[in-house]
Design a protein around this ligand. Structure first.
Ligand code: SF4
Length: 338
């Protein structure tokens, strides 16, 4: 006979914690209670896989460059964007720096402990607030991300759409009930997230290995969670220009977009629409699947961008799709010259 996790919250939380304490994964942000270090990891992981953040050194590199709120607050925008290069969604890096400046200016350099104050900080939503409060201060505050939502809907066999107002309210209420019963909020929230990452996976949940199987009410795990909206992907084409001379490569610095401050290959001007295409690649951003064409022009188009010396190219912050395209094109040019 299965037990309802909400009605047996204490036993449920104990089972979950026991599993996590003995087999939980070791991440750098789990070895610290420094709110800054935890915040950085949470912001990096918002739209990026753990493997990318860790294996490619983004987290350790960032922490080495900006080890605390004070250092990040005083860094230049170019330094911040360069350290973030490759993670995408650059608004996250800018918001992190704004937050660091607020912590220094309004909170004496110390991250606040109470939820009401945390939630008033710029760029901090309920998830990040819950993460920092529970992981740094062990406060019994809930958090719900995609993994937690999946685990909770399956545990409770709940098909309320998780992107509906009612579904969101229910998930947070359930997460709150469970964390309030936990001995350690830090362990409980980490365990719930890890259960979703490693056992209660989207397509193939490992129910036979699940430490809270005795509390799971669903018999249709792979049909849950339910979503009401599906996001349509739009195909678009982007054409950019590659021009180099003996001094360097033509680039432009973005303005007025979420990539403001970053460098890229300039958009192909109408006057050069006949320039031959030399490279094609694809990338996805938000709900767009972009086919990126690079065209080459031997002539320097007037009034566009700036020739960046070759030696400076690697130190400029550039969105990954353009960096990859530029590297591919320059390699091709080098071979062509040999
Ligand atoms: S028993 Fe299966 S579906 Fe239920 S929480 Fe565990 S892994 Fe998920």
């Amino acid at each position: 006979m299965k037990q309802n996790a909400l009605q047996h919250a204490k036993t449920f939380a104990n089972s979950l914690a026991e599993w996590f304490v003995h087999g939980g994964r070791d991440y750098p942000w789990r070895r610290t209670t420094d709110p800054y270090a935890i915040l950085v990891s949470e912001v990096m992981l918002q739209q990026t896989q753990i493997a990318t953040v860790l294996d490619r050194g983004y987290y350790t590199n960032w922490m080495a460059l900006f080890p605390d709120f004070a250092t990040l607050a005083k860094a230049t925008e170019a330094e911040v964007l360069k350290a973030w290069e490759g993670l995408g969604y650059y608004r996250r890096a800018r918001n992190l720096q704004k937050l660091a400046q607020t912590i220094l200016r309004d909170h004496g350099g110390r991250f606040p402990r109470d939820m009401a104050t945390i939630l008033k900080l710029p760029g901090i939503g309920p998830y990040t607030a819950g993460a920092v409060a529970s992981f740094a201060f062990d406060e019994r505050q809930p958090l719900v991300d995609g993994n937690v939502a999946r685990v909770l809907t399956r545990l409770l066999d709940d098909d309320t759409p998780i992107d509906s107002t009612a579904g969101i309210r229910l998930l947070w209420a359930h997460a709150d009930t469970l964390v309030k019963a936990a001995t350690s909020a830090r362990i409980h929230n980490s365990a719930l997230m890890e259960l979703g990452q490693t056992i209660c996976k989207p397509a193939n949940p490992s129910c036979s290995l699940c430490p809270v199987n005795a509390f799971c009410l669903t018999t249709r795990a792979t049909e849950l969670p339910v979503k009401s909206k599906s996001v349509a992907i739009t195909e678009i084409t982007e054409r950019v220009l590659f021009h180099q001379d003996q001094n360097g490569v033509l680039l432009v610095q973005e303005e007025g977009s979420r990539r403001t401050g970053l460098w890229k290959l300039p958009a192909l001007p109408e006057s050069l629409s006949e320039a031959p295409a030399i490279h094609k690649s694809k990338y996805t951003i938000t709900r767009y699947r972009v086919t990126l064409w690079v065209h080459q022009s031997p002539a320097l188009p007037p009034l566009i961008g700036k020739i960046i010396p070759f030696a400076e190219l690697s130190s400029l912050a550039m969105p990954s799709p353009y960096r990859r395209a530029l590297i591919a094109v320059m390699k091709h040019q080098a071979f062509a010259l040999e």
